[in-house]
Write a protein that binds this ligand. Structure first.
Ligand SMILES: [Fe+2]
Ligand SMILES: [Fe+2]
Length: 296
């Protein structure tokens, strides 16, 4: 890896790296713009199958894929569903939300990382999905929620998205030890959290998601940290108990030890009494995660 420092950002070499990074961001399979609208809809207390359809119908390719998946038998028996409202009735709104996210991120989730310390074939996406599921479960029990549960899921799923770009600029690391933020900055001039901010703004995701991802490597007591970042941090310490994404198969039997994370729990505002139920919920959510993103 050629070490570069920010002071040399005006160097021709740096300019080339910057341009190259921007080009690669453009080339990323982007999220359907429907996702941002869908999140706005999910924030409403009440919405109908028709509302759901009118948001989704802005992306007909997405609708076609959704119907194909809803009919595939992956979410119950194979059926003959011809419309989104019909799918909502037959498959259920919760399942449909899952299908929306799965289908909207299909292109992205085909990407793999070479140089980060994840299980090579699917580890990165298993880790990201696990953080999304854990963040969603955590938001479900928090008395004061810095973001909506569905936003928490998307934030978790995309929290490390900057790595998808930086990976190409890292030299192969023997033994695939974890890559530090400083090494990322030395490679492209910013770390994966800072880079994610650019990417997610281009995808027009809600500010709560962008900020929580931008700050997810800040100290939990940093004065200006976005509160949603602490949700991601807590999701990360819980999920790391089971080494999700770092090897297979995943053993969920290890007990989570909250002792080293008391300060983080307090800052997030999770009453200690809710912890056992939360850990149980997260375990339930992660059951079967080994089966995601298998190439068929
Ligand atoms: Fe992560
Ligand atoms: Fe990260």
């Amino acid at each position: 890896m050629t070490t570069r420092t920010l002071e040399h950002a005006s160097d021709t070499g740096w300019r080339e790296v910057r341009l190259d990074v921007l080009k690669r961001i453009e080339d990323l399979p982007s999220l359907s713009s429907v996702v941002a609208e869908f999140l706005a809809l999910s924030r409403r207390e009440y919405f109908t199958a028709k509302d759901f359809e009118s948001v989704l119908s802005k992306d007909q390719a997405l609708v076609a894929r959704l119907l194909k998946v809803a009919n595939s038998g992956l979410y119950g028996r194979p059926r003959h569903i011809r419309s989104i409202p019909e799918a909502v009735v037959l498959v259920g709104l919760d399942q449909m939300k899952k299908i929306v996210f799965a289908v909207s991120t299909e292109g992205l989730t085909r990407l793999r990382l070479k140089n980060y310390a994840y299980e090579p074939s699917r580890g990165y996406w298993m880790h990201s999905t696990a953080i999304g599921l854990a963040a969603r479960a955590l938001l479900g029990v928090l008395p004061v929620k810095p973001m909506h549960a569905e936003e928490g899921f998307v934030a978790g799923l995309l929290h490390d998205v900057g790595k998808l770009i930086i990976d190409d600029y890292l030299d192969p690391i023997p033994g695939k030890r974890p890559v530090t933020l400083a090494e990322e900055a030395a490679a492209v001039g910013m770390d994966h959290a800072e880079l994610a901010e650019y990417i997610l703004r281009q995808w027009r995701l809600p500010e709560t998601i962008v900020e929580s991802i931008r700050d997810h490597h800040q100290a939990p007591d940093a004065p200006a940290i976005a509160p949603g970042a602490r949700v991601l941090q807590l999701a990360e310490v819980v999920v790391d108990t089971w080494h999700v994404g770092h090897g297979e198969p995943i053993d969920l039997s290890t007990d989570f030890d909250p002792a080293p994370h008391g300060a983080l729990f307090a800052r997030v505002g999770l009453p200690e009494s809710r912890l056992p139920q939360l850990i149980w919920d997260i375990r339930q959510n992660l059951t079967g995660i080994d089966n995601l993103y298998r190439e068929n």
